[in-house]
Design a protein around this ligand. Sequence first.
Ligand code: ATP
Ligand code: MG
Length: 365
Amino acid sequence: MYLKHFIAQNYRNLQQFEVDFDPNVNIFIGQNAQGKTNLLEAIYFLALTRSHRTSNDKELIAFGKDYANVSGHIYKSQIDLSLRVLITTKGKKVWVNRVEQAKLSKYVGQLNAILFSPEDLDLIKGAPNLRRRFMDQEFGQISAEYLYFAGKYKQVLQQKNNYLKQLAKGEAHDTMFLEVLSDQLAGVAAEVIVRRFQFLNYLDQYARDAYAHISTSAEKLEVIYRPSVKEISVKDSVEEVYHKVLNNFQNNQKLEILKGTTLSGPHRDDIDFELDGKNAHLYGSQGQQRTIALSIKLAEIQLVHQLTDEYPLLLLDDVMSELDHNRQSALLNYIHGKTQTFITTTDLEGISWEIIKKPKIYRIK
Ligand code: ATP
Ligand code: MG
């Protein structure tokens, strides 16, 4: 799929922006604070109706205006599709082929986009909650079932935690009800956990391949899911995972009541990124960590392709300046011809653009 035509109005500093994009590579050059990231964010917003930088949509509306609009024509599977999102201070509305969609879920998924920005380094460097958020967001984007179970898990977890707090304070005494909640939570947890294993297993294979290409070294990347219930293994069925989680809840019941919170489950899980068996979170260099984060994004492209038969757009914000020459060339080589790519940079010099046959270059001012 590719984005042919794009319009942004009152979107941050893009007052009235209209452009035809190249189906292959689009490069945006400009000094700092010109609107390069805003442009990538606007394209990402058109795809997912949310920003990668903020959860407050109002920030996206240009100062002094009361609405922002992004729209575009995309081409996929031999058909043209027009998409539009309107953001107002009251909320947002979406259209597909000029027909307003009552539900965002009917809109999201028409256009897929993967964005990589310097903050994605936090996926490797940051705290475990960022890796859990990554799983929930990215797997939710490609699987409606995952989205459902992850949402349901949060809801039942909240219920159980509320009840644990009441027990901890002595406001409630009935452990039978706690057992009902634990049972329900273990059931939903199992659905989340087996899907995480499945998607991370795909990501592991694709990311390993991407890492081998970009790092231009023999180092081997491994992406490993670490459930907080240690007994769970990748081979377990949903039923087996359910029993193991439930067992864990039962064994820890006294401690959970004492602490007033659920001590294990998908909300405590983590992902390990290992290079030749060494944890990259602890031992990786900045460049290695960046290359891993980038490899994960490239792996997601393959995953989306595997599941939908379409390549998503790839948005690369400020990535080139952060990679050495070999890695830049290897990256361009790896993506070239596969997916429509949007790259921002402050400087064209020093980058081996010759790998890309005819990029379309825009100066952003
Ligand atoms: P850099 O090279 O530093 O990353 P950039 O070209 O990516 O720069 P952006 O982040 O896209 O820069 O744009 C930043 C500009 O957008 C800033 O000048 C900022 O004040 C402006 N801006 C951000 N939000 C809004 C808004 N809601 N309304 C108007 N302008 C905004
Ligand atoms: Mg920027």
